[in-house]
Design a protein around this ligand. Structure first.
Ligand SMILES: [Zn+2]
Length: 472
């Protein structure tokens, strides 16, 4: 009996020792959080991850240390026990940060995350990790002043704004209703001057709110608007008859390329013209997401020489087979027709970002002209450029054709600004370019206006009464 007791006791000690060894694990919990935090007027949530590979998580507390001392932000207990530990080894805590409610003063504070595990390493508290994150509370909206903007805007048209922002700005641009058009550094400027081109989509609500906005790292936002005149426009509505040979040959060919069943030609056309078209537009938005922050174009854009306009921007198209309407779409470019296989040239200087087949657009070239402005050339029968090529205005990029969803040889020409189709007519107009675009870039940088040429201290003062002198 004694022997059995001894064995049991021995086993107990061994097991206890083993458990103690395991549970005295040496690594305290880990904390994964942003290295620094910026908090603005608007409360925000910050995700903090805590983890422990040994005995499991016990609890976590989050404090701020500001000018009024320490304040509890949030805490969490993970359950478990001294003997069993906890099964929770990894957890993400959403920490709500409201600077005003927490009594933070403007300027620097600290966010302190304290995580404990169930380790027996210390007699009382378990393994503890304390992480301090510098936090800046800043409720002042960033500096923003609008310098030069376009006043007359039209549905489907383009606009530009030049403005100045403070150094702490992390995001700026122009908002048109819900849409955002990013700003770029103004060429040759180092004083926070920015330029943003923006589009007024063909389907924008009448007289949309247009603002220049600037946001800092803390999420504070400044906004400025200016007096605009919005010109309403109506776009043509046209009917297109789908001829039998178009359905027979073209639709079969396009359906084949997309892996669509073409047994029912009308159904295949409907799929190509709806989901196929939408896929192509997504591809175009993807291609035009990045742009050179440099004005590569020079002067007015060129319309295809000696071409006849056969379809206009934002035309609403209804497609018919005999008397039945089978599909509809909006046409986002101009159709320009000359002779078959006519040489197609770049309408302005820029960088080729796409040169390949693109669904309904057939053989397609897309050129980046800088500052989020792109031109698109569709239905080409031959492409003579490749992505990365720099092309100059008038340089041949390929030959016209009837590839893609085209009934005959023509060029589909479109202009995009920030991923939104705009009417090329403005960009083709030398007067519009001169007055609305070139004028904006011609304005010298901020300090250059204020600065006067240096003159020696002993030189006579300049004649400030020059107009009066002229009257004499
Ligand atoms: Zn077209």
């Amino acid at each position: 009996m004694r022997a059995i007791l001894l064995i049991v006791f021995g086993l107990f000690v061994l097991a206890g020792g083993g458990l103690a060894f395991v549970r005295c694990e040496g690594s305290p919990p880990g904390v994964s959080a942003p290295a620094t935090l910026a908090l603005g007027r608007t409360p925000r949530q910050v995700a903090v991850e805590v983890f422990d590979e040994g005995a499991g998580l016990r609890d976590v507390t989050v404090h701020v240390i500001g000018k009024d001392g320490e304040k509890l932000v949030t805490s969490r207990e993970f359950g478990g026990g001294f003997v069993s530990g906890s099964e929770i080894s990894r957890e993400t805590i959403e920490v709500p940060l409201d600077g005003k409610a927490l009594g933070l003063g403007e300027g620097e504070s600290k966010l302190v995350v304290t995580a404990r595990d169930w380790s027996w390493r210390t007699l009382t508290g378990g393994g503890t990790t304390r992480t301090e994150i510098p936090l800046v509370f800043d409720t002042r909206p960033p500096r923003l002043s609008v310098e030069n903007t376009q006043t007359y805007l039209q549905r489907g048209g383009s606009g530009v704004a030049v403005y100045q922002v403070g150094e702490d700005v992390v995001r700026d641009g122009v908002t048109v209703g819900e849409l955002f058009f990013r700003g770029h550094p103004f060429p040759g400027d180092t004083t926070g001057r920015r330029v943003a081109f923006f589009a007024l989509p063909q389907d924008v609500p009448t007289d949309p709110p247009i603002r220049v906005i600037a946001e800092d790292a803390a999420g504070n936002r400044s906004a400025a608007s200016w007096g605009t005149h919005f010109k309403e426009r109506r776009f043509p509505e046209i009917s297109i008859q789908l001829p039998p040979q178009f359905l027979q040959n073209k639709v079969a060919e396009l359906a084949d390329a997309r892996g669509i069943d073409a047994a029912d030609r009308i159904a295949a056309f409907q799929t190509i013209n709806s989901t196929g078209r939408a896929e192509d537009e997504r591809k175009i938005r993807e291609v035009t997401r990045e742009s050179v922050t440099e004005k590569l174009w020079d002067g007015a854009f060129e319309q295809l020489r000696n071409s006849k306009v056969t379809s206009h921007f934002a035309e609403k198209r209804s497609y018919f087979v005999e008397d039945e309407k089978v599909s509809q779409a909006t046409h986002y470019g101009y159709d320009l027709a000359t002779t078959a296989a006519a040489p197609i040239s770049a309408s302005n200087s820029g960088k080729v970002v796409y040169a390949d087949d693109l669904g309904i657009y057939g053989g397609c070239v897309i050129i980046d002209h800088g500052f989020d402005l792109f031109t698109l050339y569709g239905h080409l029968s031959r492409i003579d450029v490749k992505p990365g090529d720099l092309v100059s205005k008038g340089g041949v990029i390929g030959l016209s054709g009837a590839t893609g969803l085209a009934g005959g040889d023509h060029l589909h020409f479109a202009t995009l600004l920030g991923g939104v189709y705009v009417d090329p007519v403005e960009w083709w107009d030398p007067k519009w370019i001169r007055e609305k675009v070139d004028a904006v870039f011609a304005v010298p940088s901020g300090p250059a206006i204020a600065e006067t040429p240096a003159r020696p201290a002993d030189a006579p003062a300049p004649d400030v009464a020059a107009p009066a002198a002229a009257e004499r």
